[in-house]
Design a binder for this molecule. Sequence first.
Ligand SMILES: C[S@@+](CC[C@H](N)C(=O)[O-])C[C@H]1O[C@@H](n2cnc3c(N)ncnc32)[C@H](O)[C@@H]1O
Length: 270
Amino acid sequence: MAGPNARLTADLALSRGDRVADLACGTGVYTLEMARLTDPGEVVAVDYSEGMLAAARERLEDEGYPVSLVHARAEDFIAHTPPASFDVVSMRFVLAYIDWREVLPLTGRMLRPGGRVGVLTSMNSSIPQLYALFDHYRNSAEPVWKLYKHCGKNIGETFRFFRRLRETFAQGSFISVPGSAEQVADRLSAGGLVNADVWTETVRLWFESGRAAVDWARGSGYATHPSLDAMSPRDVYFLESMFADGLEGFREAGGIPLDLVVGGVVARKA
Ligand SMILES: C[S@@+](CC[C@H](N)C(=O)[O-])C[C@H]1O[C@@H](n2cnc3c(N)ncnc32)[C@H](O)[C@@H]1O
């Protein structure tokens, strides 16, 4: 993901002394880069996961840049930030987790005049390989036999699980990210910002195996579904294994490809 991230960072036109909010900083890879470019300014790095923040702390602590780590939901941080307190707001790959239609217009309030918001996000046309498999499984009898074995060849249990899957996954939509970068730009305009750059690109990621691809899709948050949280680990593992096996059918010389469609938007406050 280095390419799209580098483009967003360049578009943000960071200056020494800038105060930056890095919302959903994750393990701090881009926090560090932004801190380096704005030193002696300040980067306030916010994340909802204590584990991610701990990893970010480890990455940043020996570097000596002025970074403050905040454990909070991005939505709450935005709501409680005084107006005009940042030069830059960076949001990289977090729209899947928040109500982005509501949240994006609120970011403009945080900016000083001339400030910039940068958003990087995957699009809902991403990972077509997983959607193709999803359609295949939904329309074939292949999963039923696997399900029957998973349920200990108990017909009643198989039927209950099957019905639950059909109800839960009736729509092939695993991730509530925008359909286009323009939708992101519209929501930022609604918050009074002027769009400076709006772009889309496809990044092809390669994995050694279907299992590695599925692990990445789940762990990174690019293919999630809230109902998976309510399933037993064994059931989740069963579903993931089905997709991991299916992805092997996409194997090319370089491994298993997953195509991620990435949108970037930078908007300014007048
Ligand atoms: C896909 S990672 C992206 C991390 C980082 N921005 C990057 O691009 O490397 C998503 C991050 O969002 C965080 N997150 C999820 N929901 C959040 C929320 N409501 N508020 C703040 N952080 C959140 C997760 O803990 C995770 O670190």
